[in-house]
Design a protein around this ligand. Sequence first.
Ligand SMILES: *[C@@H]1O[C@H](CO)[C@@H](O)[C@H](O)[C@H]1NC(C)=O
Ligand SMILES: *[C@@H]1O[C@H](CO)[C@@H](O)[C@H](O)[C@H]1NC(C)=O
Ligand SMILES: *[C@@H]1O[C@H](CO)[C@@H](O)[C@H](O)[C@H]1NC(C)=O
Length: 494
Amino acid sequence: MRLCSAALLAAAALTAGVPGVAPSPLRQQVLQAPPMHGVKFNPLEHMSGIAPYHDAPGANISPPKGCRSLAMALLIRHSSIVANDDEWEDYMEPFVQRLDAHRAAGAALPESGRLAFLREWQSPINNDNLEQLTQPGAHDATVQGRRLRKLHPHLFPPMELGRPGGKEALAGKVKTPFKVWTASSERDIETSKAWIRGAFPEWQRGDDGEGDGKFLTLVKVPNKNPDWGASLTPHKVCKGFSKEPGKPEAQQWLETFGPRPLAALRDMAPEFPWELNDVIALAMLCGYESVIKGVGKTEFCSVLQPDDFRDFGYWNDIKYHHFVGYKSPMAPYLGMPWLNTSLHNLEAATTGKHPHLQSGDEPAPIPPNATHTQFLLPYFTHREEPPVVITALGLMNQTAQYDLPLDHNPADRVWKTSHVLPFLGHVGIERLTCDAGSEGSDYIRVVINGAVQHLEHCQSGPGKSCPMEQYKAFVAERMEQYGDIEGACGGIKT
Ligand SMILES: *[C@@H]1O[C@H](CO)[C@@H](O)[C@H](O)[C@H]1NC(C)=O
Ligand SMILES: *[C@@H]1O[C@H](CO)[C@@H](O)[C@H](O)[C@H]1NC(C)=O
Ligand SMILES: *[C@@H]1O[C@H](CO)[C@@H](O)[C@H](O)[C@H]1NC(C)=O
């Protein structure tokens, strides 16, 4: 890499991926503490996909000794939404309608106790605001963007680029804008814009986070265009994919654990026509009201008991296990396009000229699976994608020991979607560079919501990371096994 001026040198000092420049010390080891930190039992840590972002247990993103982060691909679920339409229709709406009818009829509700609030409560969810990003959700995305910039400044293009009154020489060197990719649904786009507002200075981020087009571009990847969609939203182009798997199994588990909380509800409000599904509705309302109104601002989180919330978490685990986990014959196939794309670009990050300053002599490539030279590769998408990537990686696979039982909630299970799927939950594939070892100096590690994972058959690197060459062989092998997405899906929708 050639540096042409003192200004450039100063800017490059922010980029630790540059030979000869010391890595910036890692200041903090976690991305974010759990919401309601300090509370002994926190239902929001047992809510699977309906919770504000919280790190997974054991989160610690410090690189192993002698190593630093060289490049990183992040597959991030969008931030908090008002409610998922199916969850609203199937569980919450029937409860809300019955409650409204009950009150309209002047029937009794408790005057005190944990359910007294239902006398006045109004649903903040309705058919017009489903799936919309919430205000706390946008805020959380901004906080996460800001936090990542702080933790990994060297992965971002220099702040100095384009600063008003800054050095022209610097701006002239940038030929390709830094790209952030997002699935094309409104909630993904709004999340990525909020994230960008936290991660990039105002002179790069454009008016509202779409990027100024010169230093930064937000690339909207059409959800259903198979040329692009297979890399960010494969489940939306897969003909055989359906949201039904896991529903009967989860229902069976509800019939197992549900009668206990249902009986408690009937004790508390005997006049109300409770149904078994209300156990799910109340748990969901704890999560959704928390992400709509803000953590700690809903009464629903105190209605059920800790064990009920744990069982609700397991209800979700069962559903996702069949839907996008190891019980889904399609899941690993759906995870492969991103695994292949992220590897390709983690390799490309260090090829040729300096990624953030001098790249892009060719016309800017746009699709996520083209070649991009940037140290950080952020991709925003839907809740289905992190789990399918986990199966493609073979992580959290306990199926050799047992299949998820429907008659009890096994405490030792490793498939815990509450650790994977909160809003803004993410799978990170990080390329580390370490003081030269026998196998070369670059390694891959997988980090899920701050918690480092170890690949089953590849952990000989520092901190049980996977040597780069072995990781490449692993992905190639998985491609052989699970590369035929079209076959597994029974066709690709166009
Ligand atoms: C990108 O994806 C498209 C559509 O799946 C495919 O045709 C193309 O070969 C891929 N390109 C690369 C470099 O992987
Ligand atoms: C996987 O990535 C490689 C580049 O690393 C690319 O050549 C190949 O086309 C990709 N495969 C698919 C199916 O996209
Ligand atoms: C999960 O583990 C089982 C049992 O070891 C194995 O047969 C299966 O291939 C694994 N699934 C994936 C997608 O890696």
